[in-house]
Design a protein around this ligand. Structure first.
Ligand code: HEC
Length: 167
């Protein structure tokens, strides 16, 4: 083997070591950040398309006058996502304004049909799709809200807005 060939090989392996090192140095920091929940967005897309898209459409645009849009929705993207977790767990009924249009319909509770991670992944997918740029929601948030928020009926928007105070 020629010297230049050997040199090239050792340079390449040194480069591999270097990039390998920088990756492993970053990951502990990323996972230590408590304010940055992560989600399985591929699973979220699958759950969204199986469950939510029947009404809100795969495009997230909803159907005018019938199903409100999730693309650009200030309700879906507000705060840390605990408002939409409550909507998905317990449902929503009555007048609601999204993007300047009023809807007055019923979203049945999805909590009994879906696992905690299915809810957090689907919501995280919707909060980061179609131009939406909101943070992911963790499975732990869904688990906590499922355990602590006890309701018999669906939410109305004024009740939910008061309960979550902008979150
Ligand atoms: C059976 C139809 C249906 C399904 C399934 C459904 N929704 Fe809804 N959703 C609605 C309707 C109808 C409303 C408006 C209710 C009202 O008028 O008070 C709504 C409201 C909402 C809102 C608040 C308004 C807005 O546009 O931001 C969010 C957020 C939302 N849904 C998210 C979801 C997510 C996420 C899923 C899947 C886990 C889902 N929905 C499944 C029908 C549905």
């Amino acid at each position: 083997m020629s010297t230049s060939r050997l040199l090239a090989i050792s340079l390449l392996s040194a480069f591999g070591l270097l990039t390998g090192c920088s990756k492993s140095a970053e990951s502990p920091r990323a996972s230590a950040a408590p304010s940055a929940p992560t989600a399985d967005l591929a699973n979220g897309k699958a759950v969204f398309e199986r469950v939510c898209a029947a009404c809100h459409q795969p495009t997230g645009l909803g159907l005018p006058g019938t199903f409100p849009p999730l693309a650009g929705s200030e309700i879906l993207t507000r705060g840390d996502g605990s408002t939409v977790v409550r909507i998905v767990l317990h449902g929503l009924q009555g007048p609601i304004t999204v993007g300047g249009n009023t809807f007055n319909s019923v979203m049945p509770p999805q909590g009994p049909m879906l696992k905690d991670n299915e809810i957090s992944d689907a919501i995280s997918y919707a909060r980061s799709s179609w131009g939406n740029r909101a943070s992911a929601v963790s499975e732990a948030t869904v688990r906590t809200l499922r355990a602590t928020v006890k309701r018999d009926g669906m939410w109305t928007w004024p009740e939910l807005d008061k309960e979550t105070g902008g979150k």
